[in-house]
Design a protein around this ligand. Sequence first.
Ligand code: DX5
Ligand code: ZN
Length: 221
Amino acid sequence: MNKIRIAPSILAADFARLGDQIRDAEAAGSDLIHVDVMDGRFVPNITMGPVVIEAARRSTSLPLDVHLMIVEPEHHLEAIAKAGATRIDVHWEVSPNLHRTLQTIRDLGCEVGVAVNPHTPANFLSDVIHMLDAILVMTVNPGFGGQAFLPETLPKIRQLRTMIDESGRAIDLGVDGGIQNDTAKMAVTAGANVLIAGSVIFTDKHSVDAGVKRLREQVAK
Ligand code: DX5
Ligand code: ZN
């Protein structure tokens, strides 16, 4: 089993002190920082773009995993890469020329990821898996933090783990949405190795350090 990687999602952070929150996440032993870009079209919500990615880039040396929940992502790849993204995840559902989009991400020097909504089947990735560094399984319908994990995504996580192992490539299998201490364990058991988590880490109930460490302890058991 791969080492489990923790990716705090800054969507749940306090944006009035974003730099400090990211530094706290890094000091707590996080592996990646997850940045949710939303356009109010692919998903109902509008969040952040290159300006915030650039600020995040200056706040940490961790890789920035930029999750694009936007239509026509191909128009924004260059700006996102220039802002400092390490990895760019585009959604399968809004990428009609997926090979070209993935090749563009690669040519920009970024790691290549594809995200799939809860209803998108695993085998829709079979023709592009050889191009990927990351697969991101949405375990909620994208758009907002703090939603409940959809357990019907677990068979897909298992299926993708098999596909990744058969590909022989070192592809990260991330889960995004509703990751709490209990659902994290379910996702890891199904084969995920990257836990993207917002509200369980950035909360006023405990420190960022406690949130990251508790999540890691849960999946180490
Ligand atoms: C949801 C975003 C997630 C979100 C997860 O559309 O892609 O990254 O921040 O938030 P939680 O962990 O609160 O479900
Ligand atoms: Zn996300």
